[in-house]
Ligand binder design. Structure first.
Ligand code: UTP
Length: 445
């Protein structure tokens, strides 16, 4: 893109101020600005402007109904596991990780997936995810391709982390990195913000940016070529997640669902997780920030009306993702303090001055022809690393990891002394049954 093309494009969406400092920029800065402008699509700018006018995605204030949530036990559980195992053996399952977030609450300078979480080895979050995928693919004798969404800011460091660790044992041909899109930040009157004289402020387009990025990068086409049917979606900050869990995959397939969600009972009405609700015939996720007072009420027996929250553990039908990938998604607005250029000087505002735009993956839930909801025990599968200290921190997560492994040993009648550091490589033991067979092997030796 040259200057004339950039000027024309920016004029077409009312953003010519982006070139206001052109003459003061060095040749290098000019080149960088043109390259950045080339990534901005006028239709996206207009889409952000109309989202601003509407005030962003609108929450549903009607009460809604709690969805039917399955608790698999006995024969139903066995049937689901068998169905899931069949999918895994046939190589029809992929793992999809969203790891493009900025991790601002944790305050770690690098991709969150590189954050050290192994209680003994200090292994990074990526290690636990990758080793689980490897263990699952060894168990079922078929590869589980691993799609990792990064952002412009962390893609290079993420790929480097995998390379330096030899892909944690995975075959590099089965790991597919792709980068999510970026949206420009805007003032309330729809002007994109310059955070330097030759640079537009941009931020990642949210985990919902996944769909467009899957399509643009060729990841969706790759899934199709490999014959993938079910796509297991998870977030980078939860090392307890049971990736490609056969019961969940099986339940999803048996229910002929397009979008399945694992849900866990909320500990209190204000827990920071979204809640799927039913409005008429459709399901929709209501974010914790959007819950009305009515939606937080308890029944007479003390139980919450809306008991189940979503920790963002999903299975998608691949064809559903394909169908949704070209559709526009609602934009959620976040009013933030964004550095801005005033009279050629960068000013750091003390009050929010501009909007960031994000898409949320669960906004495609209402479009699913069929959805399914499966309950799970929070303590076994969900302990995210969100904050540097306190709740949902590395400390609580490590304790929860160790507690889970301790429970596996307890199932075998082995008591692990309190405070004994414990860490298991998922390839060594993916669950208690692996420990059991290892014990038998040792006894037989
Ligand atoms: P969070 O909402 O917890 O955001 O992301 P975050 O960026 O990791 O952390 P904070 O809010 O800045 O502290 C949930 C999941 O969605 C991914 C994250 O990497 C994480 O796995 N995500 C989030 C993206 O991939 N892209 C985004 O633009 C936002």
């Amino acid at each position: 893109m040259n200057y004339t093309q950039a000027e024309k494009m920016l004029k077409s969406c009312g953003q010519e101020h982006v070139l206001a400092y052109w003459k003061k920029l060095s040749k290098k800065e000019q080149g960088e600005l043109l390259a950045q402008v080339a990534t901005i699509e006028p239709k996206n700018v207009k889409y952000c402007q109309s989202a601003l006018k509407q005030g962003g995605a609108v929450a549903d204030s009607s009460k809604g109904k709690a969805p039917k949530v399955a608790e698999l036990k006995g024969t139903a559980l066995k049937t689901a596991i068998a169905a899931g195992e069949k999918e895994l053996r046939a190589g029809r399952v992929a793992a999809l990780l969203v790891a493009g977030g900025q991790g601002s609450r944790l305050g770690y300078d690098g991709p969150k997936g590189c954050y050290s979480i192994g209680p003994i080895t200090g292994a990074p979050l990526f290690y636990f995810h990758a080793r689980k995928i490897l263990a699952r693919s060894i168990r079922y004798g078929a590869s589980i391709p691993f799609y990792v969404m990064t952002s412009e800011a962390n893609n290079e460091a993420t790929v480097k982390c995998f390379e330096e660790n030899e892909y944690f044992g995975l075959n590099p041909d089965d790991v597919f990195f792709f980068t999510q899109g970026m949206w420009p930040g805007m003032t309330k009157d729809g002007k994109v913000i310059l955070d330097k004289p030759g640079h537009v402020f941009m931020s990642p387009d949210g985990h919902g940016g996944l769909l467009a990025a899957l399509k643009k990068s060729g990841a969706l086409a790759d899934m199709k070529k490999r014959g993938i049917k079910s796509v297991f979606f998870f977030q980078v900050d939860n090392p307890l997640v049971e990736i490609a869990d056969p019961a969940f995959i099986g339940y999803h397939v048996l229910e002929k669902s397009e979008y399945s969600l694992k849900l866990c009972a909320k500990r209190d009405p204000f827990e920071k997780v979204g809640m799927p609700m039913q409005f008429g015939k459709t399901f929709r996720m209501v974010e914790y920030t959007e819950m009305t007072k009515e939606q937080c009420l308890r029944k007479k027996n003390g139980k919450l009306y809306f008991l189940y929250g979503s920790p963002a553990i999903h299975v998608f039908d691949r064809a559903f993702l394909d169908r949704e990938a070209s559709k526009a998604m609602p934009l959620h607005l976040a009013f933030k303090k964004i550095p801005t250029v005033v009279n050629g000087k960068v000013v750091k505002p003390t009050e929010p001055n501009g909007y960031k735009f994000e898409k949320f993956i669960f906004d495609i839930l209402p479009n699913a022809k069929r959805a399914a909801f499966l309950a799970f025990e929070q303590k076994d599968e969900f302990s995210p690393v969100k904050n540097a200290e306190g709740s949902d921190s590395p400390e609580t997560c490590k304790a929860d990891m160790q507690a889970k492994w301790t429970r596996w040993f307890a199932e075998l009648g082995v008591k692990i002394p309190r405070n004994l550091p414990l860490e298991l490589d998922p390839v060594y033991a993916l669950d208690a049954s692996d420990l059991r067979s290892l014990g038998l092997w040792l006894a037989a030796d």
